[in-house]
Design a protein around this ligand. Structure first.
Ligand SMILES: [Zn+2]
Ligand SMILES: [Zn+2]
Length: 168
């Protein structure tokens, strides 16, 4: 179990309900989790109140959102995807950032095993055009093949920059 914190400013009750439904959990399941992981999970909301919030609140209290995310194993990427699904902008849901072998192969073929930016064929990596953390999907359309330097360039203002560089 990992403690999760929400990046979003506004999370609606409907979105909380969607998370819970997707995980097929009831309030009792969440309460059970809380008893097991007391140090990580603090919830001051009784089940009745959570039920009411899910149905009525447009901007849920942050501590409650964190509680939902932690007890249900919901990441910020999942949250971003929910928002898009609820708005009808997205049809599929990716649980993790693992890209399947067949998608990797297709992207490599699409870019002829070359960096889409400089044409190099060494140290190639896949990059999400729309970032995974923003709800970008692990699909051929959303992935691009980049060499390690061009990839690092794409992320140069982010903390992942050094991580990518060190992998090259
Ligand atoms: Zn390149
Ligand atoms: Zn990237």
């Amino acid at each position: 179990m990992t403690k999760r914190y929400c990046d979003e400013h506004e999370v609606s009750g409907t979105e909380l309900m969607a998370m819970r439904m997707m995980r097929k959990k009831y309030y009792a399941d969440m309460a059970r989790m809380q008893r097991r992981y007391k140090k990580l999970l603090v919830c001051t909301y009784p089940a009745k109140e959570m039920e009411w919030i899910e149905k009525n609140v447009d901007e849920c209290p942050k501590d409650l959102v964190d509680f939902y995310m932690t007890s249900l194993g919901i990441t910020n990427s999942h949250m971003a995807q929910f928002k898009k699904i609820l708005k009808g902008e997205l049809k599929t849901f990716s649980e993790g950032r693992t890209i399947t072998q067949s998608v990797k192969k297709e992207v490599r073929e699409k870019y002829h095993n070359k960096c889409a930016c400089c044409g190099s064929s060494e140290n190639l990596q896949l990059h999400h055009k729309e970032y995974f953390s923003n709800g970008g999907q692990n699909t051929v359309d959303n992935l691009i093949l980049l060499c390690v330097s061009c990839h690092a360039e794409q992320h140069k203002d982010e903390h992942v920059y050094n991580l990518i560089k060190s992998k090259g």
